[in-house]
Write a protein that binds this ligand. Structure first.
Ligand SMILES: [Zn+2]
Length: 332
């Protein structure tokens, strides 16, 4: 189906409960960027990249289990360049989002170093903030114990045995509304209060610090092949730049040859990108649901990593070009 005809009724496939799915053997490969890496490999890679002169590795928070939430900054933020924030794995089981975000970071870092590179302009004229794994505890748990784990690993509340909060239902925007549950055992449990989770707090404090310069926030999820613009929290409400969002998301969809549909979510949800659009007025906030449309779902075989990364890089490139043009930056 062409993208446009699908553009107004996007369904949140990823919150579908998969309790009855079979357990899955964890797939591992040695190469970090062509496989689904473990957290320890990612951490090592981030530290390696952080040594480079134009890259800074920030520890922006700690998870419930004491792991570091790590953000890679590519380029110097001296205030005159537009900035873009990207994250992956708010939801633990969405492994494709992690490897996609890692590949984006890798591509930008390589482009920064090599002048005759397609992405040179992007890496030099924009400052990038990249968190490959927001939900570190959940991601580790999805590797060691339960492949289809979605939430973080908050300890169970009083009289419950159920761990975890859905990190994309914890934001202080229409919190506890439709699309979330007040039951700790639910996969879409919104947590004890808005913005209660350390992973959410870490992102908020960073976004708030950079809000004057941030032009875009892309949150990568899976699955569904969707480019979702705000607002999802109230389907009747629209950001003031809605026409721009529609136009740009349509352009992004075109870059994927229509493989990704663009539109608003058809259900009400409180998401990180809605929060950033509403509270911080970041102009371009998109939740991007990566491959596929449901055949493999969360268990996307690693042979699909390369095409998914290529599509995402195209999306990044077109969005960056738009932002650079709007900021009238002359390329170096
Ligand atoms: Zn998700």
């Amino acid at each position: 189906m062409p993208a446009e005809s699908r553009s107004v009724n996007l369904i949140d496939l990823e919150s579908i409960d998969l309790i009855n799915s079979p357990s899955v053997k964890i797939y591992q490969e040695s190469r970090l960027l062509n496989s689904y890496p473990e957290w320890s490999q990612i951490e090592e890679w981030l530290r390696e990249m952080g040594i480079k002169k134009f890259v800074t590795l920030h520890q922006i928070g700690k998870t419930h289990e004491g792991r570091n939430i790590l953000l890679l900054q590519i380029g110097e933020n001296n205030g005159d360049k537009p900035e873009i924030f990207i994250d992956g794995a708010l939801h633990a089981r969405e492994w494709i989002s992690v490897v996609t975000v890692l590949n984006i970071a890798d591509r930008l870092i390589r482009a920064y170093e090599a002048k005759d590179d397609d992405y040179y302009e992007l890496s030099h004229n924009i400052v990038w903030y990249v968190i490959p794994v927001v939900n570190v505890d959940g991601y580790v748990y999805s590797h060691t114990t339960e492949r289809l784990w979605r939430k973080n690993r908050r300890l169970p509340p009083h009289r419950s045995n159920c761990y975890g909060v859905d990190l994309n239902r914890n934001w202080n925007i229409s919190w506890s509304g439709y699309g979330s549950e007040n039951y700790a055992c639910s996969n879409i449990y919104h947590g004890p209060e808005p913005n209660s989770e350390p992973e959410v707090k870490a992102i908020i404090s960073y976004l708030e610090k950079r809000k004057a310069h941030l032009k875009a926030y892309l949150s990568f999820h899976s699955y569904g092949q969707l480019i979702i613009y705000p607002y999802s929290y109230d389907i009747k409400k629209e950001p003031r730049n809605i026409e721009q969002l529609k136009k740009v998301s349509k352009n992004l969809s075109k870059e994927t040859d229509g493989r990704y549909a663009n539109g608003k979510a058809s259900e009400t949800l409180c998401t990180s990108t809605d929060w950033a659009a509403h509270h911080l007025k970041i102009p371009y906030t998109f939740t991007i649901e990566l491959r596929d449309t449901g055949f493999y779902g969360f268990l996307l075989p690693s042979r699909y990593i390369t095409p998914t990364v290529q599509e995402s890089l195209k999306i990044i490139k077109v969005l960056s070009r738009t932002i650079i043009d709007e900021n009238n930056i002359i390329s170096e």
